[in-house]
Design a protein around this ligand. Structure first.
Ligand SMILES: Nc1nc2c(ncn2[C@@H]2O[C@H](COP(=O)(O)OP(=O)(O)OP(=O)(O)O)[C@@H](O)[C@H]2O)c(=O)[nH]1
Ligand SMILES: [Mg+2]
Ligand SMILES: [Zn+2]
Length: 298
């Protein structure tokens, strides 16, 4: 007689062995059924799955079904991450706005919500303020500094009320690990460092591990997320790119010419909005750079 099917979430997967946290709280090590390989589907950390004990001479448990994914990131490979905190330092390292904008675009491209965190406000309150101005037009923005731990409280509250699986992305040295340790003291040393060290220099697929954040959700430890695979980022259509800049949306359809690409056309409402200081010039520049890069490819 076939055993009952169990349900849970993959918290980690390496070498074809997956750790599944069952809905009841227990964890199981599972293999994936061969059918996934045939269909070229790889179970991912964050996937919710049905699991069943092997039959007859099969040892252990097997993942039999993967539920429909809400979001998918290719690299680092993970599913159902709903929120990515795109972290940028006010200074040290100096913010790279193009890189930040591209990261924000790729998060929305994956179907997740990008949220901006500006760290190291103590290093340069002025630059922090400038960044806040640029990004609050289109995103939820938090400011924080490790020298004032209370600045992490609103982020914690946001995580508690708005996220199930969240991840942190941003350039190296902006303070992601520092912030994660402040937010989730119980995770100290578990995130970032360990996996980063063990994977340094290797070109293997990066392993994503989900940790219980003690707030009813999970945080994805994504060693590779400092860099997201930006080259993979492929904007198939220019109007999709437009909607990856949320503060552009209210000007949609208002340009003089239909089919306006918002690069340098006469009567372009986006360009006017930049001139009126409603959209930051850096955001429009990032849009134009990404747009032209995509155009070159096709
Ligand atoms: N002054 C100041 N320094 C900070 C702040 N947050 C982090 N730092 C320092 O910045 C350095 C880098 O911080 P990390 O938390 O390791 O940065 P990270 O983003 O995890 O870096 P990677 O792991 O390389 O991606 C450390 O020396 C921290 O002590 C802050 O708010 N203010
Ligand atoms: Mg780190
Ligand atoms: Zn336009």
């Amino acid at each position: 007689m076939a055993s009952d099917s169990l349900h849970g979430m993959i918290t980690c997967g390496t070498g074809g062995l997956y750790t599944v946290l069952l809905d009841g709280g227990k964890t199981l090590k599972c293999k994936a059924r061969g059918v996934f390989r045939i269909k070229n589907i790889t179970p991912l950390a964050g996937d919710t799955v049905s699991v069943r004990r092997g039959e007859r001479d099969e040892k252990g448990y097997f993942i039999e079904k993967i539920d429909e994914r809400k979001t998918v990131f290719a690299r680092p490979p993970m599913a159902n991450v709903d929120t990515v905190f795109v972290t940028v330092a006010a200074d040290e390292p100096a913010p790279n706005l193009f890189y930040t904008d591209k990261l924000l675009c790729s998060v929305s491209d994956a179907g997740a919500t990008p949220v901006v965190i500006i760290t190291k406000t103590d290093v340069s309150p002025e630059k922090a303020k400038e960044l806040k101005k640029i990004y609050s037009a289109g995103y939820t923005v938090f400011l924080t500094s490790s020298s004032s731990p209370e600045t992490a409280a609103p982020i914690l509250e946001y995580i508690k009320t708005n996220t199930h699986i969240c991840a942190f992305a941003g350039a190296s040295g902006v303070g992601k690990s520092t912030l994660i340790n402040t937010l989730f003291p119980s995770l100290t040393l578990k995130t970032g460092e360990i996996s980063e060290k063990s994977q340094r220099g290797k070109h293997t697929t990066r392993t994503v591990t989900l940790f219980d954040n003690a707030l009813g959700g999970f945080i994805a430890d994504t060693p590779g997320f400092t860099m997201l695979d930006l080259d993979d980022f492929d904007i198939k259509r220019s109007d999709r790119l437009f909607f990856m800049f949320p503060e552009f949306e209210k000007y949609f359809g208002k340009c003089k010419y239909r089919g306006c690409t918002h690069i340098k056309e006469e009567g372009c409402e986006i360009i006017s909005a930049v001139e009126r200081k409603e959209i930051a010039p850096s955001r429009h520049e990032s849009y134009a750079t990404l747009f032209l890069k995509e155009k070159q490819k096709h």
